[in-house]
Design a protein around this ligand. Structure first.
Ligand SMILES: [Zn+2]
Ligand SMILES: [Zn+2]
Ligand SMILES: [Zn+2]
Length: 1148
């Protein structure tokens, strides 16, 4: 049998080997109908070469195909033996200056951080080593496969687009020159013919769906030979496939592994060869065996000649790819053939057909034709553009196919978007002419149809299929990023129009996110199930860069900015239409001011962290100031339509939510909320979340009476009554015996003061304060290094990256830090320059709580080392831009003075009230900020303007009747000597000193600087000494505590290791909050105690307060108090029994 087969094979080989390429080609050259001739040839020979047995024999197939099939084609193309023809072509070719090397998986790629237009522009190793970029800052990555080298693409590099090798070609060719002029005319004609026939043959056979017929090819001999073809999917595991195959086709495990590996790599593999029935039998077993879990494995019984032609079809595509490598002219002809529309009009070109069939093709076939596209269409400047248009027009369909396809994106034609959209000129053309921005966004929205009643995205209760689709649809955001990554230098009216249309679509998208995943505070019981939150945050996180880039685009053109601002405002008003519906407005009044607002409690009603529309408007508002549009064209802006209370409402609610979470009011809402708050502040999200909420409050406050703002704020913090009613604070603290409630309230007040500090103090973004472009990043670095010296990588991690994955750190780091070289072990660290410590702000808004306390400790330590007082006064701040200038009045308005006065009063009468030192510390910081502000105003006083900032005067005035409270100044003087405020004395002294400086500044009508009084230095230093001793002891105690806590948290960390990232913040918080407790654990002597009987020891009855293991809330254990979760272990015991021999029957 085996011998027979071999003989047969040899016989066939012989007849095949007798074929002469020249003879066949000459016949073709004389043919009237070339197509018919070629097809007949293929129909006869292909099945004789391919698919002769159960296993492919690639070497033999390749050899024969070259001799019998490709040889004649090459001869026909060249008009002579290709051994002479191809070298001639190559010689005559004026090669393109593009490298275009297609990367294999794992191949190294290089990108220049100084010159690449965006991080997707990469070089192959050879080009990189021959380029100027090897001397620049570069980034090396390994390719995931599929991209190509951008060497020679002038649009990809700001400088040095060519390596030495590709530079050589640039002088001779111009981009407009038609490469066809370098080819003889008759060859051009022959190339058209043979390319058209072979390309069409390959496309037809690959997209062929019938099982027993062939496209335009007669089956020479219809034998009964079939394959049982198994296709790859991403659903079934290797093990499942291997197990099933062993059962279905009776193979060994080793064979099955071989099959499975090939299926995974190439996308399909025949697992049985024989007559139809024999193959069909295997198919049913496989289907039956795999249909139980999910959808069954895809198996098809295919006639051997179809498989043979498909194998050759792929071979042809590879062949075309290599032939066009000899000549740019041939490449252009192939592009033309590929994009030529067929008789069926739109989408009938060969390229379209392949693209639209992509998701139905197996992996191996996709790879082959994607490579051909990359080496042909994407390498030809003229056809790249035409292909981009085809791609954009089919975009929606391609993406929908991709959603249904179960292969990863790298195997999908949709993945070519990165090659097309990142070319700036193409991206701009596609936006302007094909409305690409709108198409991408609408396609995205179409795939996220699950909405709530208000039309917002809803991710709760997603089915597995929806979740799968959601993961896939995220890649569209990436496409949007690619399209926007290079910003236009010039705007045409068309571009403006289409960008704004895209902006409209984008606003629709954000509108579906505004207010999504609303939460309500859980009281009484814990939530039973953690609600879904990750999907919404994933979306927000992926969109963050896109939102920032949208703003960057708007900033580039005044007309676009104005229109975008109007559109955004309109959508925001739509989102909030009816936010006052059915609510009776309430009136708040304090210190002679009153304001109307709505009744709303964050702790009782729905609140959402997702407010992208508000935040986008905040961003655009800053741009109005940054670009000076607000001052140049105020009449074009809808500024009069702005309702400040409406603007601030939702961002304020969100910030109050954070404060309440921090105060422990939302413990019963579980971990999902903790995580959301964490990401809201996280470096990956904060730029378009937390930061913009602060900006929105700044925007609102700059347009309204600061007294009104503060009253609304007090009301949202649910603190209005405390500050508006005289003596309410005292009643509150005496009436509320519940320690938790008092503590909660204190935290809320602290948080509110912190928020005010941020609103007035955060002015380092361009457009808000009068700063330089690098000031913002410098300040971030200064504050990170204030915590401790850091390594480069640590610092990068703490800073936000832009769309080019740059932080901007390198350009400024030298100004603010010194690099300390590593010792023998360890890493080099950046250390803050001493003069930068002056810019340190204890209430820097990007500090986490843990970072803040670490920074405070480090800075105080530094001051002690320098033998300075330990006050950490607020730094002098840059002035606001005009649009935000009125914000400073927040510090000196009546309600603010009342809040400060009230808290100082509590501190003075410290026994009567519930108050905290952090509260006082924040008030002192605010006082310091106001004094800095006034001092700066006075120092920069010019002839024409009058200083309207008169804080010093206001704090010198005592309160009016009926309160008759002392002035703020007087209270500060009292507090200076209060024994219970030792820690804050330096700061109070600093305030009083600054107050005097300002007074002198005011008194001296001249602007000459006033020498600061340095009278009592000696007295201070002696006081410092015993203070230092006390601090040292405290420090030792603290270190000991910390060591114990470290051990505990190490155990926790180990436990939570799996969700490391999510819990990171929580752990830090635990560290700091826990280090304060467990100081005095009660010591009880347990000698001579009687448990039961008349002699029972009377134990002093003390309240037993236990911590709930679920919500970590303390509660007293009483019969009538609320239920809580306790863990207990119960065991039968004989400890108190008299008769230990008695056996108690088991009740169970
Ligand atoms: Zn290259
Ligand atoms: Zn190159
Ligand atoms: Zn460079």
């Amino acid at each position: 049998m085996a011998a027979d087969l071999e003989a047969e094979v040899q016989a066939i080989d012989k007849s095949l080997l007798e074929c002469s390429a020249e003879e066949i080609a000459v016949k073709w050259l004389q043919a009237n109908d070339l197509r018919k001739e070629v097809y007949q040839h293929l129909a006869y020979y292909v099945p004789k070469i391919y698919c002769r047995g159960p296993n492919p024999v690639p070497q033999r197939e390749d050899m024969l195909a070259q001799h019998v099939l490709l040889g004649p084609m090459e001869w026909y193309l060249c008009g002579e033996d290709s051994a002479f023809g191809f070298p001639k072509l190559e010689q005559a070719n004026k090669p393109s200056h593009l490298c275009g090397r297609v990367f294999k998986v794992g191949e190294p790629t290089y990108s220049c951080r100084d010159c690449a237009v965006d991080p997707t522009c990469v070089l192959c190793m050879e080009c990189f080593l021959g380029s100027i970029h090897r001397e620049h800052r570069y980034r090396m990555t390994t390719s995931g496969g599929g991209g190509f080298c951008d060497c020679g693409d002038t649009e990809a590099w700001k400088e040095g687009p060519y390596c030495q090798k590709h530079e050589l070609n640039t002088s001779e060719t111009t981009e407009e020159e038609d490469p066809l002029v370098h080819l003889p005319e008759d060859m051009v004609a022959r190339a058209y013919n043979i390319f058209a026939i072979t390309f069409k043959y390959a496309v037809d056979i690959l997209t062929w769906e019938k099982e027993n017929e062939l496209p335009g090819l007669e089956m020479s001999e219809k034998s009964d030979t079939y394959y049982c073809m198994l296709f790859n999917d991403e659903v079934h595991t290797y093990e499942q496939v291997i197990y099933t195959l062993q059962k279905a086709v009776n193979c060994t495990q080793k064979e099955a592994i071989g099959f499975a590996t090939t299926v995974d790599r190439d996308g399909r593999r025949s697992v049985r060869y024989g007559d139809f029935q024999y193959c069909d039998q295997a198919k049913s077993v496989i289907v039956r065996n795999t249909s139980r879990q999910t959808k069954p494995l895809k198996v098809q019984v295919m006639h051997s000649s179809i498989v043979a032609h498909q194998s050759f079809g792929l071979k042809l595509l590879t062949w075309l790819g290599s032939v066009i490598g000899y000549s740019d002219g041939l490449r252009r002809i192939l592009c033309q053939v590929g994009l030529q529309e067929g008789p069926d009009g739109e989408n009938s070109s060969l390229v379209d057909k392949l693209m639209l069939y992509d998701s139905k093709l197996w992996k191996g076939a996709r790879n082959v034709y994607h490579q051909l596209f990359m080496s042909s269409l994407l390498m030809d400047l003229k056809y790249k553009k035409l292909f981009a248009i085809r791609f954009a027009r089919n975009y929606e369909r391609l993406q929908s196919d991709f959603m249904k396809d179960d292969h990863d994106r790298e195997f999908s034609i949709a993945d070519l978007s990165i090659q097309i959209f990142t070319v700036p000129s193409l991206a701009r053309m596609l936006i302007t002419e094909e409305n690409l921005m709108t198409t991408i966004i609408k396609t995205f929205m179409d795939h996220l149809r699950h909405r709530d009643i208000q039309g917002r995205f809803q991710f709760e209760r997603y089915t597995a299929l929806q979740a799968f689709k959601f993961r896939r649809v995220q890649s569209l955001i990436l496409d949007l990023k690619y399209v926007l990554i290079s910003k236009p230098t010039e705007w045409s009216d068309g571009l403006r129009h289409k960008f704004l249309e895209g902006f409209d679509a984008f606003l629709e998208l954000l509108k579906c996110m505004q207010g999504m995943d609303p939460i309500t505070r859980q009281v009484g019981q814990h939530i039973e199930m953690e609600p879904e939150w990750e999907a919404a945050f994933t979306l927000q996180m992926k969109l963050t860069l896109v939102i920032s880039m949208m703003q960057d685009w708007c900033a580039l053109d005044e007309k676009v900015l104005i229109e975008a601002y109007k559109k955004c405002l309109t959508v925001l008003m739509q989102c909030h239409s009816g936010f006052t519906d059915g609510e009776q407005p309430i009136v708040l009044s304090m210190c002679g001011h009153s304001v109307e607002t709505i009744r709303y409690c964050v702790s009782q009603e729905k609140v959402s962290i997702h407010l992208p529309v508000s935040r986008l408007l905040a961003g655009l508002h800053v741009l109005l100031s940054k670009t000076e549009v607000a001052y140049k064209f105020p009449e074009l802006l809808p500024l009069s339509e702005l309702s400040p209370p409406m603007l601030i409402e939702h961002p304020l609610r969100c910030l109050v939510l954070c404060a309440q979470v921090h105060a422990g009011m939302w413990r019963r809402n579980g971990f999902s909320l903790v995580n959301q708050i964490y990401y809201y502040h996280n470096v990956k999200c904060r730029r378009e979340m937390f930061d913009k909420d602060i900006v929105m409050l700044q925007t609102g406050v700059s347009m309204m009476d600061p007294n009104h703002f503060l009253m609304i704020m007090l009301s949202r913090f649910e603190l209005y009554q405390i500050f508006s009613t005289p003596d309410y604070g005292k009643r509150f603290s005496t009436e509320n015996t519940n320690k938790d409630v008092v503590q909660q309230n204190n935290t809320l007040i602290e948080e509110m003061l912190y928020l005010i500090i941020m609103i007035v103090g955060e002015r380092f973004s361009l457009g808000i304060g009068q700063v330089n472009p690098t000031d913002e990043i410098k300040r971030e670095i200064i504050h990170q290094l204030s915590i401790r010296p850091m390594a480069h990588s640590e610092l990068v991690k703490a800073l936000p990256e832009d769309e080019n994955r740059e932080t901007g750190m390198e350009s400024v780091i030298e100004e603010v830090a010194c690099f300390k070289k590593p010792g023998l072990t360890g890493r080099g660290l950046y250390e803050l320059k001493p003069e930068c410590a002056r810019s340190f702000n204890l209430y820097f808004y990007h500090f986490s709580r843990a970072e803040q306390s670490k920074a405070e400790e480090a800075q105080r330590k530094l001051k002690r080392q320098n033998r300075e007082d330990t006050a950490l006064p607020p730094p002098a701040l840059p002035p606001f831009c005009p649009l935000f200038a009125s914000l400073v009045n927040l510090l000196q308005c009546d309600v603010m003075l009342c809040i400060m006065g009230t808290i100082l009063q509590w501190a003075v009468e410290h026994n009567g009230y519930a108050w905290s030192e952090s509260m006082l510390q924040r008030v002192l910081h605010l006082l310091g900020m106001a004094l800095q502000e006034e001092k700066q105003h006075l120092e920069n006083l010019s002839e024409e303007n009058v200083v309207t900032f008169t804080f010093t005067q206001k704090i010198s005035r005592p309160g009016e009747a009926p309160n008759n409270s002392p002035s703020i100044l007087a209270m500060l003087e009292t507090l200076q000597n209060a024994p219970h405020l030792e820690v804050h004395k330096d700061m109070i002294r600093w305030i009083l000193k600054t107050f005097n400086t300002i007074k002198k500044l005011r008194e001296s009508s001249s602007t000459s600087p006033v020498a600061e009084t340095e009278g009592n230095i000696i007295e201070e230093s002696s006081r410092d000494k015993d203070k230092a001793e006390r601090k040292r002891k405290a420090e030792i105690a603290r270190l000991r505590r910390e060591k114990i806590m470290a051990q505990m948290s190490e155990m926790q960390r180990h436990f939570i290791n799996e969700n490391k990232e999510l819990f990171q913040q929580t752990l830090e918080e635990l560290d700091t909050s826990a280090s304060g407790v467990h100081e005095n654990s009660p010591v009880t002597s347990d000698a001579k105690l009687t448990a039961l009987g008349p002699e029972q020891t009377r134990v002093a009855e003390h309240r037993q307060v236990v911590m709930c293991i679920l919500c970590q809330e303390e509660q007293e254990v009483k019969v009538d108090s609320r239920a809580m979760v306790l863990a207990a272990f119960i065991q039968r015991s004989t400890v108190l029994s008299k008769n230990r021999n008695k056996i108690t029957p088991d009740p169970g």
